[in-house]
Design a protein around this ligand. Structure first.
Ligand SMILES: [Zn+2]
Length: 202
C-alpha cells in the first residue's frame, strides 16, 4: 500500500466501527507481541490431581461469556469469563467434579464387570466425612476429592464399595473379596487415611 492509497481510505461512518478497528488492531498486536501484553494472570499454581501435581493457570478473556478449561501437556488453563461470579478455586472444584464423574463411572463399570456384579447408579458427592458409600439397592456414592488421590487409591475405593454389594459389612469375607481384586488394598486404605486431611481441604 502506498501513501496515496492510505489517504484515499474512506472515513468510518460511525464511531463504533473505529472502536472495532482499534480493538482488531490491539488484538493483532497482542498476538504479535505477547511479551508486551502478558495475560492478566499467568501465575502458575500447582494443584493435585490423580496423585500428582498439575500446573494450573488462570487467564481472563474479557469477551468470554462462560468460563472454560483448556487441558494440555502444560497443565490446566482456566479461561475465565469476567461475568463468572465464582472464584477460580470454585471453578476448579467443578472441573474436579466433572473428572470424578467420568472416572468413577468408568472404573465402576470396569470393576463391576470383572467382579461379576450389577449396580444401579454412580453418584458424585461433596462429603467431608466419607469417601464412598453403597446402598442395598446398588446405588454407589463417591466423594469427588478422591480424584486428587493416586489412581490405585480410587480403584481400591471402587472395589471396596462394589464388594459391599455382596457383603454389607466389613467381615473377613468382605476383605477377602476386596483382596482378590486389589492385593494392595491395605496400602491404598492407609494412603486415603493419611491424606484425608489435605484431600478434604480442597
Ligand atoms: Zn466399607
Amino acid at each position: 500500500m502506498d501513501a496515496e492509497d492510505q489517504l484515499a481510505l474512506p472515513l468510518p461512518a460511525d464511531p463504533g466501527s473505529v472502536v472495532a478497528d482499534v480493538r482488531d488492531f490491539l488484538r493483532g498486536l497482542k498476538a504479535d507481541l505477547p511479551l508486551l501484553f502478558p495475560a492478566r494472570s499467568r501465575r502458575v499454581r500447582k494443584v493435585p490431581f490423580r496423585g500428582g501435581m498439575l500446573d494450573f493457570r488462570v487467564d481472563v478473556d474479557s469477551e468470554a461469556r462462560y468460563s472454560r478449561f483448556q487441558e494440555s501437556e502444560e497443565g490446566l488453563l482456566l479461561i475465565r469469563s469476567p461475568n463468572d461470579p465464582a472464584k477460580p478455586r470454585e471453578i476448579l472444584n467443578e472441573w474436579y467434579r466433572g473428572k470424578a464423574s467420568a472416572l468413577f463411572s468408568e472404573r465402576t463399570a470396569l470393576w463391576a464387570a470383572r467382579m461379576g456384579l450389577a449396580y444401579r447408579s454412580v453418584r458424585i458427592k461433596d462429603q467431608r466425612t466419607l469417601w464412598g458409600s453403597c446402598s442395598k439397592e446398588g446405588n454407589l456414592n463417591f466423594n469427588w476429592r478422591v480424584v486428587l488421590a493416586p489412581p490405585e487409591a480410587l480403584d481400591y475405593l471402587v472395589i471396596h464399595e462394589l464388594a459391599h454389594l455382596r457383603e454389607m459389612n466389613h467381615s473377613r469375607r468382605f476383605w477377602a473379596l476386596v483382596a482378590a481384586q486389589c492385593p494392595g488394598w491395605k496400602a491404598q486404605r492407609r494412603w486415603l487415611r493419611e491424606h484425608s486431611r489435605e484431600l478434604k481441604k480442597a
